[in-house]
Design a protein around this ligand. Structure first.
Ligand code: URA
Length: 231
């Protein structure tokens, strides 16, 4: 993680003020002054601001830009997991709040706070999740209506809750759903005779994937983001 991000997320300083504090030489890494906001730090580094330790906050809340090809599991001896992308000390403390398929990219939330993740994943909380969906075939008017009203997924006997569809092109849409059934988006599109060719989660509740995060990168959530998801 970048030094300015770490300082901003672990203190009361804004990102801008954290950058200023770093440029002014007020921040030290492992007892050496560091004026580079872009400097990457790992969980093994000790960081000081004005000679006071900057501690990782008690509960951890992170967002990651999940790349394709990693699974949303805590451990797997054969396959790379999202947790493998975190420094070991952080990975040991967090779990994933709302999994994504191996080939799905985008916003993944990770936390040490079980109650908080329950708000996101519990079907009763209705937490909306927005996906950018690329399709094999153009989405027709009737299929779009079915998605908006609710569709019956193969092997299930209750239809999905109404979804919100924003169509950007014939084969590109944003789909907001309020549940987290197994492979839900892919199965919804299959239920209306189409096929998902790429899937990217953009938003969970009010929290949007940070444009600054490249695939595989993560950052701590801001206090506002943590609170907003407490709903
Ligand atoms: N729906 C899916 O089909 N896959 C995901 O990864 C997330 C939602």
């Amino acid at each position: 993680m970048r030094l300015d991000q770490f300082v901003a997320n672990s203190t009361t300083l804004s990102r801008k003020d954290a950058k200023r504090a770093i440029a002014a030489g007020r921040v030290r890494i492992n007892d050496k002054p560091c004026k580079q906001a872009r400097q990457h730090i790992s969980a093994h580094d000790s960081v000081q601001l004005d000679h006071q330790p900057v501690a990782i906050p008690e509960e951890l809340y992170l967002m990651m830009h999940k790349p394709a090809g990693v699974i949303s599991a805590t451990t797997d001896s054969n396959q790379a997991t999202a947790l493998d992308l975190l420094p070991g000390e952080l990975a040991a403390q967090v779990h994933i709040a709302g999994r994504l398929d191996k080939d799905t990219t985008g916003l993944l939330l990770l936390t040490s706070d079980g109650q908080w993740s329950h708000q996101i994943t519990s079907p009763r909380r209705d937490c909306p999740k927005t996906y950018r969906v690329s399709l094999a075939e153009p989405l027709g008017e009737s299929a779009r209506k079915q998605l908006e009203e609710g569709v019956l997924l193969k092997g299930e006997d209750t239809p999905t809750k109404p979804a919100c569809v924003v169509q950007h092109a014939d084969t590109l849409l944003d789909l907001t759903i309020h549940e987290g059934r197994y492979h839900q988006v892919k199965r919804m599109l299959a239920a209306v005779g189409n096929r998902v060719t790429a899937l990217h989660r953009q938003q969970i509740g009010p929290v949007t994937l940070d444009d600054d995060l490249a695939p595989g990168e993560f950052r701590f959530l801001t206090d506002d983001e943590v609170q907003a998801l407490k709903g």
